[in-house]
Write a protein that binds this ligand. Structure first.
Ligand SMILES: NC(=O)c1ccc[n+]([C@@H]2O[C@H](COP(=O)([O-])OP(=O)(O)OC[C@H]3O[C@@H](n4cnc5c(N)ncnc54)[C@H](O)[C@@H]3O)[C@@H](O)[C@H]2O)c1
Length: 316
């Protein structure tokens, strides 16, 4: 059982992962390069927990207790004291991750598990320079980390059984749904599925078949409505394999097969319109603040979590 954890990098993902540990009473060190980054992380966690209190998921006292579990530091060695599980959520830049692992491996004892929250880099690449590759694993949380239950877990043939078992039971103990992939593959499962869906969705917008607003509505009120409770494989079974076979035979040859990002996305990126983090992306967010949009998103996820928790109790 892990008694203390360390999260390295306190940005979009790191602060959320630290919050998850803190909420279940696991003391967590949160490390980043500057005090300013850590202050921002604290403000975000504080705001997230206020939303939990407002939605009556935790009491104000539980919020204060959770905040007390988080120790923030800009000193790497200090952040690793007594910690047996370290997860890094630093930028998706391979050299940065390699440099960090080199430092971690000089400071941590051999039994310390080192997990990465990478969304794309294969574990084989991450461990290329490591001294003890058997201690490395990928635990891919989804954004927002405190709210989305799934964590994809990716092992390497070197990853030890102890590391896999401990990571899986730790993730379950913090309320997550960890899924261990049988083999590693580029993009893992979630991002491959999202990319496949987005390739077609963006092509349909690009070809002016549907507006971007209607595309979002189509997914939210159509397949997305079902996906909260039945997966795509179950959907096929419930719909009838004969029907789905016809759909596959007609549509597979016709689906978009482009090999790179669509031109309108490239243009937005070149203009630094990167989405909510720069104030504008595919949508302009002109009549509402980004903060309000994200708070509404998280309130809806909290409501869904409550419904799913009730459903699980009924099924038991
Ligand atoms: N943003 C997402 O939606 C998302 C989802 C799943 C996984 N991920 C993955 O999680 C990781 C982090 O992504 P993010 O979006 O949170 O990034 P981010 O840029 O929001 O945060 C990264 C943080 O790491 C800090 N940092 C940089 N170098 C560091 C170092 N050497 N030591 C300690 N801290 C350092 C930065 O100061 C920053 O606070 C990436 O590997 C990314 O691919 C991101």
């Amino acid at each position: 059982m892990i008694q203390k954890a360390t999260v390295i990098g306190s940005g979009v993902m790191g602060h959320g992962i630290a919050q998850v540990f803190a909420l279940v009473g696991i003391p967590v060190h949160l490390y980043d390069l500057t005090k300013e980054k850590l202050r921002n992380a604290f403000d975000s966690i504080n705001k997230n927990l206020d939303l939990y209190v407002k939605n009556e998921l935790i009491s104000p006292r539980e919020k204060e207790q959770a905040l007390k579990q988080i120790q923030m530091t800009t000193n790497l060695e200090e952040s690793l004291v007594d910690s047996k599980f370290v997860i890094e959520a630093i930028p998706e830049v391979l050299q940065l991750k390699w440099d960090l692992y080199r430092s971690l491996e000089t400071i941590c004892t051999q039994d310390v598990i080192i997990a990465s929250n990478t969304s794309t880099i294969p574990l084989t690449t991450l461990i290329q320079h490591s001294t003890y590759p058997e201690r490395f694993i990928i635990a891919h949380f989804l954004n927002p980390a405190p709210l989305v239950p799934l964590v994809e877990v990716i092992k390497h043939e070197c990853t030890s059984k102890r590391v896999i078992d401990t990571t899986m039971s730790l993730l379950k103990s913090i309320g997550k749904t960890p899924i261990l992939l049988k083999k590693e593959i580029q993009g893992f499962v979630v991002n491959r599925i999202q990319a496949a869906l987005l390739r077609e969705a963006l092509a349909l917008i690009d070809e002016d078949i549907v507006s971007m607003e209607d595309m979002d509505k189509i997914i939210k009120d159509g397949p997305g409505f079902r996906w909260a409770f039945i997966g795509p494989i179950e959907t096929v079974d419930f719909g009838g394999l004969d029907t789905w076979k016809r759909i596959f035979d007609i549509l597979f040859p016709d689906l978009d097969n482009r090999q790179s990002s669509p031109e309108f996305i490239n243009k937005l990126v070149a203009q630094n319109k990167l989405g909510s983090k720069t104030g504008e992306g595919i949508y302009p967010y002109k009549d509402t603040s980004i903060d309000d949009v994200l708070t509404e998103r998280d309130s809806n996820f909290l409501r869904l979590l409550k419904i799913k928790a009730k459903q699980q109790i009924i099924e038991k």
